[in-house]
Design a protein around this ligand. Structure first.
Ligand code: ARG
Length: 458
């Protein structure tokens, strides 16, 4: 017997049952569903809609079911479609027809919205914690290697020397923005839909504020129709999640590059790499590769939900059931990536020598020579041209700028002075960028202090 069987004359077609059921995935919501029902039924009691003994029996039954679920003793059934009706059916089996009073003044439409708000709210908190750990790992690594200098790249061509710490702190800032986005979304996630009923509210004299308070919500949905059809908070969550994955993916890509022999800037911990079934020498960065690879599916979940929602008339439509799997998969994918990246960063060995060698090659100090000429009064465009010709000369002679004699320098421009050798050293080049937000050591030290404070304030 279906919980909604009264109006029907035939059993549901077996294929329809399988096609429409969501219990296969929304069982993830079991804790949220029971918690929401407990708050609802207690409120029904306080509002005089149910008798105290009824409330006690229903709440007792729900808690016993929760224990059995936790102990892995409950088998959900597709015949009861989703987690909401499975729990209700279990309750009726447990305490008899009285269990049928639980759903007074409530619809699955506001119930599922409540469960999803509770679920996303809790996961938001978990993810913020994960982000804080990752940001701490980045800041610690940056602090440890404050003197390491590597070539910064544009177009993946060596551009200018930067501190490795500065590079890591760029990621710390991306993950700070991700944290801010999640926290901002939290305001809207923390809005309580229950009481909207199926669409228009309920005739029972319920008290929505009591439920909100018991469940820790900051506010109520103002409009019952919005309450049951709003999925903005899920879109926002997917958006924040996609950006997080994009950031994790970019970091992963750099770890893959850096740990290659061609770059050789870091060595990932053995515990975070895998081998090859055939080639005995291999140590592969599977984890960052897989994080990079899994980014697409989270972005795909954003597109999928946006597409589902874009032409839906108000209010609830069964299409909305499609919001679940993408959200659940996003949470799994993202928490996996986050919890692996933090220890991977903490455990990687940084090869400072190799970084420095590369920073000293590839004319990463060429801009500084041009800037130096500008300081002697040469227009920048002319200085650029002079240094460009110097670079070409070096390439032909197979030399670095620092290998040139002062006479060679001066044959390109008379105002190049002796102190050029000092100014073109990579440490000097990096430290010359002492603008706010630059890669000079004292700026990076300031940034470390600031980043630590931001982490503490999260
Ligand atoms: N399983 C449904 C979902 O995930 C629950 C809400 C069902 N409501 C309904 N009127 N069929 O969206």
């Amino acid at each position: 017997m279906k919980l909604w069987g009264g109006r029907f004359t035939k059993p549901t077609n077996q294929l329809v049952e399988e096609y429409t059921a969501s219990i296969g995935f929304d069982r993830v919501l079991v804790e949220e569903d029971i918690r929401g029902s407990l708050a609802h039924v207690r409120m029904l009691g306080r509002c005089g809609i149910l008798e105290p003994e009824e409330v006690e029996a229903i709440a007792g039954g729900l808690k016993r079911i929760r224990e059995r679920v936790r102990a892995g003793e409950v088998r959900f059934s597709e015949a009861y479609e989703d987690i909401h009706m499975n729990i209700e059916k279990l309750l009726i089996d447990e305490i008899g027809p009285l269990g049928g009073k639980l759903h007074t003044g409530r619809s699955r439409n506001d119930q599922v919205a409540l469960d999803m708000h509770l679920y996303v709210r809790a996961r938001t908190v978990d993810l913020v914690r994960g982000l804080v750990q990752l940001r701490s790992a980045l800041v610690e690594k940056a602090e440890e290697h404050i003197d390491a200098i590597l070539p910064g790249y544009t177009h993946l061509q060596r551009a200018q020397p930067v501190r490795f710490s500065h590079h890591l702190l760029a990621y710390a800032d991306m993950f700070r923005r991700d944290t801010e986005r999640l926290i901002d979304g939290y305001k809207r996630v923390n809005t309580m839909p229950l009481g909207a009923g199926a669409i228009a509210g309920t005739t029972f004299p319920i008290d929505r504020c009591q439920v909100a308070e018991e469940l820790g919500f900051d506010r109520l949905y103002d409009n019952s129709m919005d309450a049951v059809s709003d999925r903005d908070y899920l879109m926002e969550f997917l958006n924040a999640a996609s950006l997080m994955m994009i950031h994790l993916s970019r970091l992963s890509e750099e770890l893959v590059l850096w740990s290659s022999e061609e770059f050789g800037y870091v060595e990932l911990d053995d515990a975070f790499c895998t081998g090859s079934s055939m080639m005995p020498q291999k140590k592969n960065p599977d984890v960052p590769e897989l994080i990079r690879g899994k980014t697409g599916r989270v972005m795909g979940h954003w597109v999928a939900l946006a597409t589902t929602l874009k032409a839906l008339p108000l209010t609830y439509n069964k299409d909305m059931q499609e919001d679940k799997e993408g959200i659940f998969d996003t949470v799994t994918t993202l928490s996996g990536a986050l919890s692996l990246t933090a220890p991977m960063i903490a455990g990687m060995r940084v090869k400072e020598e190799r970084m420095r060698q590369n920073a000293e090659q590839g004319f990463t100090n060429a801009t500084d020579l041009a800037d130096d000429l500008v300081n002697s009064g040469v227009p920048f465009r002319e200085a650029h041209e002079v240094v460009g010709r110097l670079v070409l000369y070096c390439l032909r002679e197979n030399k670095r700028l620092l290998d040139l004699s002062l006479d060679e320098f001066r044959s390109f421009h008379p105002s190049i002075r002796e102190d050029v050798y000092q100014k073109l050293r990579v440490d000097h080049v990096a430290d010359a960028r002492s603008v706010d937000g630059g890669t000079a050591k004292h700026r990076v030290e300031e940034a470390l202090v600031k980043k630590k404070r931001e982490i503490d304030e999260t």
